[in-house]
Design a protein. Structure first.
Length: 114
C-alpha cells in the first residue's frame, strides 16, 4: 500500500501559511513543530491603557476613576499613582503593588500611562 492510499481516508485542511491543502495530521505536526520553534515574543499580548497607550512591565500608571478594592475595604482615588506594574497573560489585567493591599490586580481600562 502506497502513502497516497494511506492518506485517502484522512481529512484535508487548508494551510493558510503555505496556501496548500494537506492532510490534517501533517498540518498538526507542522503546527506543533512551529510552536516548538517559536519564541515567546511572537505570542506577546498587547495591553493598552484607557487612552490607548501600550503598557509594559515596570510602567507607572495613574487611576482614571475611583475604584473600590474588594476584600481590602479601601477605595483607591482617581489620580492615585501605581508604580511598577507587571503584565499578566490577560490583555485586560495588570498586576501591581500598592501599600496596604496585597495582590492588587487592576483592569487596564481604568488606568492611564504616566
Amino acid at each position: 500500500m502506497s502513502t497516497a492510499d494511506q492518506n485517502t481516508d484522512e481529512d484535508y485542511v487548508y494551510d493558510e501559511e503555505s496556501g496548500e491543502w494537506m492532510p490534517a495530521s501533517e498540518l498538526a505536526a507542522k503546527q506543533a513543530a512551529g510552536l516548538a520553534d517559536a519564541g515567546d515574543d511572537d505570542d506577546q499580548i498587547e495591553v493598552r491603557d484607557a487612552v490607548g497607550n501600550l503598557l509594559a512591565d515596570g510602567d507607572q500608571v495613574t487611576l482614571i476613576k475611583d475604584l473600590e478594592v474588594k476584600g481590602a475595604g479601601k477605595t483607591l482615588k482617581q489620580g492615585t499613582l501605581i508604580k511598577s506594574i507587571r503584565l499578566t497573560g490577560d490583555a485586560q489585567e495588570i498586576d501591581c503593588r500598592y501599600p496596604g493591599i496585597k495582590g492588587l490586580v487592576l483592569r487596564a481600562e481604568f488606568v492611564k500611562k504616566r
